[in-house]
Structures are given as C-alpha cells and as structure tokens.
Write a protein that binds this ligand. Structure first.
Ligand code: ADP
Ligand code: ASP
Ligand code: MG
Length: 811
C-alpha cells in the first residue's frame, strides 16, 4: 500500500489534475492520495483574511475570483452533467461557508488564530472534493475526522487510533481514497492546520499510521535536488539520500519536503520517493536509511539555505566565571517561542552567537537584554549585539564524518571568492556544516559551493566586458560564435553579464543576449568609472571576470577593487601592467592574495604566448638575461609597407585604418607603446623597471608629438621625402628597418635599427612580432617566438584565451 501526496502546483490547473488522475490510475497498488490546495490558494486565503481583518472590502473581490477559479476547475474537469452538479453543490456549499466566515471577520475586524486556520482549511477541503470527482471511482475521507492535534502538535496516539478506525475496511478493491492535507482538529474540536507545506506531513502521518510500503511526494521538480533549483541553475537530482541528510537539508530551507514529514516515516522505516507530476518517467529521489554494504561515494549531498536571518550575540571578555549563560539564553528564547536554527560558540566561551529569523530578531534581542540586564549593567557582559540582513547556508552529507578537509575546502572556496563568513557551526554528528554570510552574498556563495563540491554539468564564467572598440567588439563576436561550442565540448558556460563603453553600460545577471548586444547597450544605463565599479562589485556574481578592452587609465585604476572583491581581471589595456612598478607589484600581490587572476598576455604581441612563456621559464627556475624584440605590429606594418609607391604618411594612415595602430598612432610612432611592452616583459622576467628607465630614440621630430591629432595628420606628408631617401639607400644595401626593444641585464632601449638578411629580424612579414629570449638555459641559441602580433582579431583571440585559462584554475 502506498500514500501519494500531490502538492499545490500538481493540482493548480485542470490539466495538471488530469495528470494526477492518470498517475493515480496507473498505480498497481492500493493507494491513498493526499492533496494540497490548488496552487497559490493558501496564500490567497491568507491575503483575503488579512484584508477582511483590516475591514478592507477589497477582500470580497478576491473571494469572488477564488470562487470563480474553483467553479471553472470543476466545470473543466467534471462538466455540468449529473456528477458535475453534485460536485458544484458541495463546492458551493463550502464556498458559501467561507464567505460567511470572512464576512464575520470583516465585521468584527478580528482574526483569531482558530478563525484563520478555519479559513485556510477551505483550500484543501475544496481541492480534495474536486480531485475526488476528477479521478473517479474515488472517495473523499475528511482528515478533520482523524488527524488530531493537542497543544499545537500532532497527537499521534489519538491520530493513529482514529486513522486505524476510519481505514479499517480499506484494502484491495476499495476505491481510491482522497484526503485533504494540511488540516486537523485540535483537542477542543476546532480546526487546526499543520504549518505551511503541511500536506506533506499529513501524508507522512497517514503512511506511518497505515504502515504503508512507500510515501510518494509528487511535486513540480524531478526530485530532491543538490541545491535550490531556483537559485542554482546547475542543481541536479540526488538519486538517494538518508533520512538524516534529508532532515538537515529540509530544516535548512529545502522547501521540497516539509521538515516534520520525515519523522513519522523514518520511525517506521518507510521510504519516501520524491517524484515529478509533470515528468513521471523521471526516477525521482529516494529517501531511506543507508543500505548496509552499499557505499555512497559522495561526501556532500546537498546545500540549502535560509535567507533573511539575524545573528544575536551575547559576549563578554570572559564568560568563564558567569554561571549558566547557555541555559539562560535558551530557556529565555524558548519561553518566547523563538526558533533558533544555528548556534556558534567559541571554545574560549567568550561569546555565543545565535541565528534567528529576521522577524524574531527584535524580540530575541529584547528577551536576552532583559535576561542579562544585571550582568550588562555591571559590565560583566557586553550589550546584546544584533546583526541583520544575513543568510545561513548548510552543506550536508553523512560521509563528511569519514572525510577530512571538507571544512577546509568549503572555507577556501568562499575565501577565494571574496565571501567572508560571519559565524559557523558544525554539529557533532558531522553531517552538516552551517555558516552565516551576508544576505547579498547568498546567491554567489551557493553557486561557488555548488561548483566547488559537485561535478556540475558545466562550469560557468561570468564576464564583464569593458570597451567595445575593435578588440572588445571582436571579442564579443568571438564569444557569441563560440558560446554553444564551449558549452557542448568543454562544459564551459560563458555568460556575458555586463557590457560597458565609456558612457553607457548594460548588465544582466542571466546573461546578455549577444545577438543584439548593441541595441541593449544603446538602451543601457549612463555610467562613469566609479559607477561601473559599484555595479560590477554590487552584482556580487560568482566566477566573475572583468575584461578591460579599453586604453583607459580610469578603468585600469579599478582593478585593485575588483581583486579585493574576488573578481579576476583580463586586460588588453596595458596601462596597469606598465604603470609605476610599485602599483604593478601591488596589483599582482593583491590578485595572488585574493586567489584571483590578473592576466594581460595580449599587452605584448597580441595573441602570441610571450608572457606565458616567460612565466613558464621562470617557474621552472630559468633566468631571462636578455630580451630583444620587435614588438610594434604598427611600426612593422609601416616599415614593411613603405615603398616607392606608398609613402610613409600613407602607411601610417593604412595602419590606423586597418586597426593595427592605437587610436592615436603617435603612441606607436613615439615608441611609447614599445616602451610599455618592454617594461611589461622585463617585469615579468623579474626585473624592477619603470618606463623612465627606458632610453627611447624617436625617429620623428618632437613637434609632431606636441600638436593636435588633426595637425599631425596634416603635416605628416612633409616627412615622406626624407623617408623615401633613406628607404632607397636601405634598398640598395639590402637592409630592413626594424623598431627594436632591448633589455640587456638591466639596460633598456627602444630604437629604430636596420638589419641585413643574416639577422633573424630581417624577414618579418606584415605586422608580425618577434621576440628573442636569451636565458641561462637558452644561452647560445636564444628562444624565438614569432607570429602575428597586432590586429583586433588576434588580440581578441588572445583575450579570449586568457579568459578560458581562468576557467581552468577555478576548480
Ligand atoms: P509542492 O507544492 O509540490 O508542495 P513546493 O513548492 O512546496 O511544492 O516544493 C517544491 C519546490 O521546492 C520546487 O519547485 C523548488 O523550487 C523548491 N526547492 C527548494 N529547494 C529544493 C531542493 N533542494 N530540491 C528540490 N526542490 C527544491
Ligand atoms: N496548502 C498548504 C500550504 O500552501 C499546505 C501544502 O500545500 O502543503 O502551505
Ligand atoms: Mg510543499
């Protein structure tokens, strides 16, 4: 024999009730069916009763709508024939009774607890009538006749006796019995309710009283999940869990099963199966005692949470001499019916923190301040402290007790993501570690823990892309093209959660649709650098990466704040890495300390793996002695393109138009860009150097750098003749111009040089870059890295590669 319970969403609409009918009819066993009120009805009855209590006539309209919903459901399911009429009569009579009770509340403007319970009872009484008629060959048993409470809790001896009596004839061949959940009668005969979600409890009480083989909870998800699926997109169904694990998770907010439900069936060792009414083929989750010999490898089964809690702390420099503090705290709270769901006390006994729901916080604070009034007045105990807007999270798994390092892993995941823990507690049973974080970090905490402990279907990275010029624009295009492939092939989900340009930004936690990011950005919010920082940090999103595709000093100045909030930075922007040495060191140190990444491979040589190579050499104990490099894609392009037909000024224009040069090409022509790159490479190679330490020889007169950009373009052709003369001479000598950056054991230069065909710098096509690294190991034959070193698409690809490398380190 089985007890099946169908929740509110399973009976919310006529179609879902038809689905319930088909599930019930497909059972081979004898079944008892417990039903909730039609989805949302209990909430609506609460609203109606409150309106009536405050003498607001609007309650009537809502009551009318509620009547219509039930009547429409009857008509849709049973029609208006003979059965339909009988059902309508019964339903109308209940609705009329509800009308008159609400009218009484409206007139008297009072809503005693028992009247409230009476009003709420109509939800299940109505739904059970309707489901009975819809299922056919079924009989409604009224739980008000046999579920008994006494002093606010279930009176099991009396209930079991009454159930046995009511169901004495029930067995093979009987019609299906349909029972309203949630409602009971107390010792005085008044209607009582079993608490929100209480239909699960009714089903469990019946299953235990009737010695059922199984209790099935039919709901709207595929089973008991590893985390709340409304918060964690990646949550998955747990195939099996123990009563203890389920209890820990349900007590801590896993709404799928009402916590008291577990107790009656656990006592009788009746398994619970959680199933999806809308996907009955899914196997669901089985809750039962551990099966001897069957070893479950998973250390953590699930995560659950409660938001909006407050932490009340009673503390003193030493409580050692003060007698019975704990006992007095808990007695005082219990007397006021304040539920405590987390306690954290240090071994030094200097303080005890208690987690209570926000609605109880004020009362708890007052009660404890009264209890310790004398000690507080004498200064032996500090005034009671209250912290609000917090959330409690629990990770649960019976196997935690056999495994070391779970707490370590948990706290390091949280720390790495910039989430601080306000209090924590681990029960002696070691099946649960609970801790308190700020409410605003709840979603992020759940996500990072879920990702850290469970093999999710895929890993997620959440990107903020700043700058939508050539590189940023290309990057967005490349991400849009690769998004699906990365998800399928590398199990990596890339969400672009923010896009910003200098004055506007758009943010979307769920991921911006890259098919029309331009329109979305055009309608975005106005932004300044500091607003951008506040928005990015304020989103508090997990696995966040800020991608800087600007050339802005203001944006580069935000990195440190990002690191301090657990956000990695990938920069195509060279400003930070080439800024003052102390700032560069500080940024790298902060990122390391915070466990986030600061990557800027594209600062030098676009997508070429130059910085990564230098890092690998150093990590393996090598030492870079000399760097010689042609690092300006723009200057290379210019000196490779210049010919008798294309004068110097034209090559500069072409470099700009083809996206090689910086927006102001003088940054390239002055050698400034190469200076920055040399500084970055040398620093990565372990040298302490600033831009001022580099001797830069320019090949263009200084007045070209002191004028406006327009003037510069106007007078640029005046240099053509001189360049042409030099070019002809080089042609005769079979030499090529190269703008070379050189670091030789602490001496730094950038200058325009010429090379003949015997030098590896001689043949370098288009905008290619080349780097020669002389190290202790690569001494007689330096290491050579060569390839495309400029251009938006290779730079964007390099940025993309940095982003993806972050995904590999977050696990
Ligand atoms: P019913 O109306 O069937 O009683 P509830 O709304 O009470 O359903 O409970 C099911 C809901 O619980 C799911 O829709 C889901 O959003 C939520 N939920 C929260 N935590 C979990 C979890 N760990 N596993 C499954 N569902 C959960
Ligand atoms: N209808 C009640 C509620 O919404 C009981 C239940 O659905 O389990 O809380
Ligand atoms: Mg429920």
């Amino acid at each position: 024999m089985k007890v099946l319970k169908f929740g509110g969403s399973s009976v919310a609409m006529p179609e879902s009730i038809r689905q319930v009918k088909s599930i019930v009819q497909s059972q081979n066993d004898v079944v008892v069916v417990v039903v909730s009120a039609l989805g949302g009805v209990t909430d609506e009855l609460i609203r109606i009763s409150k309106l009536a209590e405050s003498a607001d006539a609007a309650y009537l309209e809502r009551l009318q709508a509620l009547r219509k919903r039930h009547v429409d459901t009857c008509d849709a399911l049973v029609g208006t024939g003979k059965d339909g009429k009988l059902l309508r009569m019964a339903v109308d009579s209940l609705l009329n009774e509800l009308d008159s009770i609400c009218r009484g509340v409206f007139l008297l403007k009072v809503l005693p607890m028992k009247t409230r319970d009476q009003i709420l009872s109509f939800g299940e009484r109505l739904s059970s009538l309707i489901v009975t008629a819809a299922v056919g060959n079924a009989e409604q048993y009224d739980s008000l006749e046999f579920i008994r409470t006494k002093n606010g809790i279930v009176d099991f001896p009396e209930t079991n006796r009454q159930v046995a009596e009511k169901f004495s004839d029930y067995g093979e061949g009987s019609p299906v019995i349909i029972v309203p959940g949630f409602i009971a009668r107390d010792q005085t005969g008044e209607i009582a309710t079993l608490g929100r979600g209480g239909s699960d409890y009714t089903a469990s009480i019946l299953a235990a009283a009737l010695d059922a083989d199984t209790l099935e909870i039919w709901t709207d998800v595929d089973g008991f999940m590893s985390a709340d699926p409304r918060i964690i997109e990646n949550a998955y169904v747990i195939d099996e869990l123990t009563y203890e694990e389920a209890t820990e998770l349900c007590n801590f907010g896993a709404k799928v099963v009402y916590p008291p439900t577990l107790y009656p069936v656990c006592l009788k060792k009746i398994p619970i199966l959680v199933k999806n009414t809308f996907n009955p083929e899914a196997p669901g989750s089985l809750i039962r005692n551990p099966v001897p010999g069957q070893k479950d490898q998973r250390v953590i089964k699930g995560i659950s949470s409660i938001d909006n809690i407050s932490l009340i702390t009673v503390s003193a420099t030493s409580m050692v001499g003060i007698i019975g503090v704990d006992q007095r705290i808990f007695t005082a709270l219990a007397e006021e019916n304040i539920n405590v769901f987390l306690v954290s006390q240090s071994a030094s006994e200097t303080g005890i923190s208690i987690g209570v729901s926000a609605s109880d916080a004020e009362k708890a604070c007052r009660v404890l301040s009264d209890t310790f009034a004398a000690e507080i007045a004498s200064g032996a105990i500090y005034p009671v402290k209250r912290e609000d807007e917090l959330a409690a999270i629990a990770i649960v798994g019976e196997n935690m007790k056999h495994n070391c390092g779970i707490a370590g892993k948990l706290f390091s995941i949280l720390g790495r993501n910039g989430i601080s823990i306000i209090a924590c507690a681990q029960g002696a049973s070691e099946t649960n570690i609970s801790f308190v974080v700020e409410n605003k970090s709840l979603r992020k905490s759940l996500n990072v823990i879920h990702e850290g402990f469970f093999l999710s279907e895929y890993q997620e990275l959440n990107l903020f892309i700043c700058g939508i010029g050539t590189v940023g624009g290309q990057l967005l295009e490349q991400i849009a093209l690769q998004q699906e492939k990365l998800k399928q092939r590398r199990n990596l989900k890339i969400n672009v959660v923010g896009i910003a340009r200098s004055t506007k930004a758009v943010f979307d936690r769920g991921g911006i649709d890259l098919a029309n990011w331009k329109e979305l950005l055009a309608q975005g919010m106005p932004i300044t650098p500091s607003k951008l920082r506040d928005e990015v940090i304020g989103m508090n999103i997990f696995n966040a990466v800020f991608v800087d595709c600007t050339a802005s000093t203001d944006v580069a100045a935000l990195y440190e704040d990002f690191f301090n909030h657990g956000i990695s930075v990938v920069a195509a922007n060279k400003i930070a890495a080439s800024s003052d040495y102390q700032n560069y060191r500080k940024l790298k140190k902060t990122a390391r300390r915070r466990g986030v990444k600061f990557l800027f491979e594209t600062n030098v040589g676009a997508g070429l793996p130059i910085i990564n190579t230098i890092n690998s050499l150093r990590n393996s104990g090598d030492h870079v002695l000399k760097i010689e490099a042609v690092l300006s894609g723009t200057l290379n392009f210019i000196f490779n393109t210049i010919s008798k037909d294309i004068p110097f000024s034209e090559t500069v224009r072409m470099a700009k138009e083809q996206g090689y040069s910086e927006p102001d090409p003088r940054v390239d022509l002055s050698g400034m860009d190469v200076v920055r790159k040399l500084v970055i490479l040398s620093r990565e190679a372990g040298y302490e150097v600033n831009q001022e330490n580099v001797v830069a020889e320019t090949f263009i007169p200084t007045e070209f750098f002191d004028c406006s950009l327009d003037e510069f373009w106007n007078k640029l052709p005046s240099l053509d003749e001189a360049f042409e003369k030099k070019r002809q001479r080089l042609e005769e000598e079979h030499k090529h111009w190269r703008f070379v950056a050189k670091m030789d054991e602490g001496r730094y230069t950038v200058s325009l040089q010429t090379f003949d065909e015997h030098h590896s710098f001689y043949s370098l096509d288009g905008s290619n870059n080349i780097v020669l690294l002389t190290t202790e190991r690569y001494h007689d034959h330096p290491m050579l890295i060569q390839g495309y070193g400029a251009g938006a698409s290779v730079t964007a690809a390099g940025v993309f590669a940095d982003i993806i490398s972050i995904a590999n380190v977050t696990n």
